[in-house]
Design a protein around this ligand. Sequence first.
Ligand code: 13P
Ligand code: SF4
Length: 309
Amino acid sequence: MEKEQLITEINRLKKEKNAVIMAHYYQTGDIQDIADNIGDSLALAQWASKTDADIIVLCGVHFMGETAKILSPQKKVLVPDLNAGCSLADSCPADAFEAFTKAHPDHTVISYVNTTAAVKALTDVVVTSTNAKKIVEQFPKDAKIIFGPDRNLGNYINSVTGRNMLLWDGACHVHEQFSVEKLVKLKEEYPNAEILAHPECKRPLLLMADYIGSTQALLNYATNSDKKQFLVATESGILHEMQKKNPDKEFIPVPPNDSTCACNECNFMRLNTLEKLYECLKNETPEILVEESVREKAVKPILKMLEMS
Ligand code: 13P
Ligand code: SF4
């Protein structure tokens, strides 16, 4: 089917089925353009908890669909490609994480939203990159805290809050790939540009950044800044909305270490396509399902996060 026809059909099916399309900023531009809501992980969770649609099509990765399903179990939650996983969530298997938490029974467990439902079920409070600092600061300075699974975000939150959280040793394969050397060269080429970075990047890169934040925070910062050029160290999908909102500004993606790959694109996020979105709305599959016994436990730390945000 031609792109225009796909768009028409998706819009028709959406109305007919009372469905809502939610997309993360790392989706391809055509998916972001057709979505009813585009946002970061926190916004996606907030919208999923409030929507009155019967079907949520979550154009993002599996854990985002799971979070929506956990918050809205009575709704049908679809993800265009169920293979859209997350290397960061994969770096934290529930059984190993459970052993880690059991080895430190006096610790509060804070987990990044990039985790499976099973890991959330072992967690006291979920955070996203938007609210991690704010939530961690609500615990006493000397509170014993386990933070998982992202070591880079955990290190960053420790450094800005003066905490000493015990970190799980996980990471995102996209954000760990950005090249500091190439960023230094880019900064020489664009001396007036501001460097924007996601906290999942490694510390040496974060030390060079003018601003560190979630996808939504980076977008807001660029929109409000007087500067005209930005070097962006996060998945390059965010450049679509940055450019759309700021047509007079220039956004340059920071390249990965390996220039032969498109490693600043998340291969999982990019599994979703307009064609798969159409098929998924038409057939109402693949659907995200979460076992009720897991959901009952996993919903508590997510609701706690929404309350503390
Ligand atoms: P945000 O919540 O900042 O959008 O991050 C999601 C994500 O997967 C980052 O890699
Ligand atoms: Fe997961 Fe990284 Fe992709 Fe975000 S960019 S979904 S953390 S693999």
